[in-house]
Ligand binder design. Structure first.
Ligand code: ADP
Length: 444
């Protein structure tokens, strides 16, 4: 408000000044009144022209998007330019902060492993993040403003959008048959849709494996249980001779033993899955493992095979003794169980390049056809089911071996030729093998 009065005062001063000057000059010629009016008008006009000029410079500064400082005027125009600049700069800062927040928000959505897709009211793609584009096989630039149902044609997804049935997620195959997607759609705003996609390939695979596992365990336990139940009934209802009774009891004991082995192996697997990695600084002498393994092999073979052992120069292995023992015993027990009488079984310790080591279990058994080799370590996978069960196998042995060796940072290699024999190699990394010489040298 004070600026207005100052402007009015200035205009009056110029008008009065101009009028007086006109009166003085015009009086000499006898036109005092006309000259005074003209002088007053010229005074006000001068102020008006100056204002026009300053207003023009401020408009030009605004048109140049606030480039540089505002024109430096004193008084009313200077104050006007400064206030405009302050207001505009404050708005610019707010817009920058909003832009920054939006960018952060979008990069957070971008970092999500799940896909996010925004659809407008006519189901055209407004925006999508990279995972959504990968999941649905979209091109983020090219497919913008395209109707999503023209690009994603999975019937379950199209039906969901058409029926507006958004309460349940749908599952659709990923384009190119790469896996399985779960899709959730949520309406928002003015008819828009938020589409969330999640790759559930792994989860589904794990679920299927768990279902198979439970079915397999139930089957494996039910069979001997049915046999035992049948024998119990026989013993209860039939008058058996002493010889028959003994035979039935022996068969019952065999089936019970089968269930015990199965439960034992299942517990071993559960322990392996639930316990931390074996220690890297607990050293187990191979000699201690070897004597236990040899004892077990000789008792299982009962003189039916030619057995040969070569444990090298007595190294030490870092890890869990019971786990390593169970892995080697499983391999040797398989060799004994699957190799026919008078076959040869060889167990050898060897150093590999760069300090690693391996325990090789080789037999002259029936061998395994190539198509089975990659599946042998799956739980309950058997090449010959009846042979495995007849010899007390649970179908879990090699799964245990693989688990143990991987927990020790090594790997299980399997080579086999049908009709010739098999060779299972348990490889341990250099960090888990040390020679006694090294140990002695390090001792003070
Ligand atoms: P199982 O308890 O049935 O022996 P494993 O997991 O130890 O279970 O072995 C899986 C399958 O691999 C066995 O059923 C058998 O068919 C095959 N197999 C394992 N070791 C040998 C071997 N040394 N010779 C021939 N076949 C073998």
């Amino acid at each position: 408000m004070p600026w207005i009065w100052l402007r009015v005062l200035l205009a009056l001063t110029l008008a009065v000044g101009g009028g007086l000057l006109g009166h003085l000059l015009g009086g000499a010629w006898g036109y005092a009144l006309q000259a005074a009016l003209t002088g007053a008008l010229l005074g006000v006009g001068l102020l008006f022209s100056l204002d026009m000029l300053r207003g023009h410079r401020i408009l030009r500064w605004l048109a140049e998007s606030l480039n540089g400082p505002p024109p430096a005027f004193a008084g009313f125009w200077g104050e006007l330019a400064a206030r405009i600049e302050r207001a505009l700069r404050a708005r610019e800062r707010t817009a920058d902060a909003e832009r920054e927040r939006l960018a952060q928000f979008l990069s957070a959505i971008e970092a999500s492993p799940n896909g996010v897709l925004l659809l407008d009211a006519s189901e055209q793609i407004e925006w999508c993040n990279q995972p959504a584009a990968e999941h649905l096989g979209l091109d983020r630039q090219r497919d913008l403003r395209q109707r999503v149902t023209n690009l994603v044609r999975a019937p379950a997804f199209v039906a969901m959008l058409q029926a507006r049935a958004f309460d349940q997620p749908v599952q659709i195959p990923q384009p190119g048959g790469r896996g399985l997607l779960s899709i959730i759609v949520r309406p928002y705003g003015d008819g828009q849709r938020l589409v969330l996609t999640q790759d559930i390939t792994e989860r589904e695979r794990a679920d299927a494996m768990r279902r198979d596992f439970v079915a397999n365990v139930s089957h494996e336990i039910r069979t001997p249980l049915t046999v035992v139940a049948g024998f119990v009934e026989t013993l209860t209802n039939l008058p058996l001779s002493e010889v028959e009774r003994k035979r039935v009891l022996a068969l019952m004991a065999q089936q019970t033993q089968r269930m015990q082995s199965l439960v034992g192996d299942l517990l071993t697997l559960a322990r392996l899955e639930g316990s931390p990695r074996p220690p890297a600084d607990t050293w187990v002498p191979l000699a201690r493992l070897s004597s236990a393994v040899e004892l077990d092999a000789r008792s299982l073979s009962a003189g039916r095979h030619r057995l040969a052992f070569d444990w090298g120069d007595g190294v030490e292995l870092a890890g869990s003794e019971p786990e390593l023992l169970s892995a080697v015993t499983n391999l040797v027990s398989n060799a004994v169980r699957y190799t026919p009488e008078s076959g040869q079984i060889e167990v050898v310790w060897r150093r590999r390049a760069e300090g690693a080591g391996e325990i090789v279990v080789r037999d002259t058994g029936p061998g395994i056809a190539a198509e089975h080799l990659t599946r042998l370590t799956e739980r309950f996978y058997r090449v010959d089911g009846s042979r495995s069960r007849d010899t007390g196998g649970t179908g879990l042995g090699l799964a245990i071996v693989k688990h143990v060796v991987q927990r020790h940072g090594g790997e299980l290699l399997i080579e086999s030729t049908p009709g010739v024999g098999s060779c299972f190699t348990l490889v341990l990394p250099a960090s888990r093998v040390r020679a006694p010489a090294t140990r002695l040298a390090l001792q003070p």
